[in-house]
Write a protein that binds this ligand. Structure first.
Ligand code: NAD
Ligand code: TYD
Length: 360
């Protein structure tokens, strides 16, 4: 039975990935989920699988190098899928230090622990062992409004502390591949959306605010473009890269779904009006008047857009979910899981929101 070590599996993409993998492989795999449970980690995301005999949760910080070594000693890990990171650009602007610690030093620890466990005495690596580093298209910087795409060969040009920390972690992984022949891949994915996303990010924040009749804060002119991918398609891409990709290669993951932020917000309002039953009291306040233009994010990247040609050609990956279906599924999920939203927005979230949005 193949054993996966997933870091950050209690977060948005990590938990969707774990669901995807158990749906696909059932009891043929074992998953060890290592997560520090920061504000972004939530074991409720994994409630339905927590009792599976082939699933183990370990609460641990990837910055604890000794602990990471111990985990590799205790379990014979075949695959690492490394999600754990600080992931929100606005938080990185307000407080960059933890981004460097977790994203750079944490990744270094994961590389060192895997290398120590997998390297043979002659410097080769044990057969079949693979590390996948999950990264972002934001490392490539910003594109002009009128054209261009991010290819795997696009030079790195990060602008936020978040993207700079992810770029640094990518370079560390590349250096381990080039120096030691460490068996790894890097994936750089576009913006994800779907169930279990923490409501600090655009889509769940707008859904949550709209349902509560709160203002929808649009940064700048609302015309920044992101390339949106349904999270299960990202999970599928990661698995396909580990199964069919060439070792040592980087693959961009994206589905050619570019949208301006303001378009996304209009779509969310439309879908909410369509999906909410007529007698739902929340329906009354779902309208365009909630849209409020606020001070722009500092250093705000204008446009991201992935060219997924390589992953299509070499790995055979293509997304399954069209945006119009994915956004409906997502909105429906947030309706049906009001308690989830209530739980994650109680406590610290209120202070975060107040602090991040009060002077905008
Ligand atoms: P998230 O913030 O929802 O989840 C991060 C998870 O990592 C949480 O469960 C958190 O508890 C855990 N974590 C944080 N610090 C840790 C530490 N020191 N030790 C152990 N666990 C720790 O993030 P996400 O949106 O699921 O993103 C996952 C990964 O995918 C990140 O590496 C991110 O850079 C990358 N990515 C995200 C997107 C996106 O649109 N969200 C797109 C491309 C790539
Ligand atoms: P976000 O979800 O934070 O992802 P990223 O910055 O990593 O792409 O933001 C997506 C886009 O939405 C980005 O252009 C910033 C914008 N945005 C707003 O306009 N208002 C908001 O309240 C948030 C959180 C984001």
């Amino acid at each position: 039975m193949r054993t996966y070590l997933v870091t950050g599996g209690a977060g948005f993409i990590g938990s969707n990935y774990i669901h995807y993998m158990f749906d696909k492989y059932g009891d043929d795999i074992r998953i060890i989920n290592v997560d520090a449970l920061t504000y972004a980690g939530n074991l409720e995301n994994l409630k339905d699988i927590e009792d599976k005999p082939n699933y183990t949760f370990i609460k641990a910080d990837i910055c604890d190098g000794k602990k990471m070594m111990e985990i590799f000693k205790e379990y014979d890990i075949d695959r690492v899928v490394h999600f754990a990171a600080e992931s929100h650009v606005d938080r990185s602007i307000a407080d960059p230090d933890v981004f460097i610690k977790t994203n750079v030093l944490g990744t270094l620890n994961m590389l060192n622990a895997a290398k120590a466990a997998w390297e043979n005495e002659d410097g080769t690596f044990k057969e079949g062992k693979k590390f996948l580093h999950v990264s972002t298209d934001e490392v490539y910087g910003s594109l002009d409004e009128d054209g261009g795409y991010f290819y795997e060969t696009t030079p790195y040009d990060p602008h936020s502390p978040y993207s700079a920390s992810k770029a640094s972690s990518d370079f560390l992984v590349k250096s381990y591949m080039d120096t030691y022949g460490f068996p790894a891949n890097i994936t750089n994915c576009s913006n994800n959306y779907g169930p279990y996303q923490f409501p600090e990010k655009l889509i769940p924040l707008m859904i949550n605010n709209a349902l509560q009749g709160k203002k929808l804060p649009v940064y700048g002119d609302g015309k920044n473009v992101r390339d949106w991918l349904y999270v299960a398609d990202h999970a599928k891409g990661i698995d396909m890269v580990q199964e069919h990709g060439k070792l040592y290669e980087t693959y961009n993951i994206g589905g050619h779904n570019e949208k301006q932020n303001i378009e996304i917000i209009h779509t969310i309002l439309e879908c909410l009006r369509e999906e909410l039953p007529d007698d739902d009291p929340r329906k009354a306040h779902i309208n365009e008047d909630l849209i409020t233009y606020v001070t722009d994010r500092k250093g705000h990247d204008r446009r991201y857009a992935i060219a997924p040609d390589k992953i299509k050609a070499e790995v055979g990956w293509e997304p399954d979910t069209m945006f119009k279906d994915g956004i409906k599924k997502t909105i429906k999920w947030y309706f049906e899981n009001e308690d989830w939203m209530k739980n994650v927005t109680s406590g610290d979230y209120q202070a975060y929101y107040e602090n991040m949005y009060k002077d905008r």
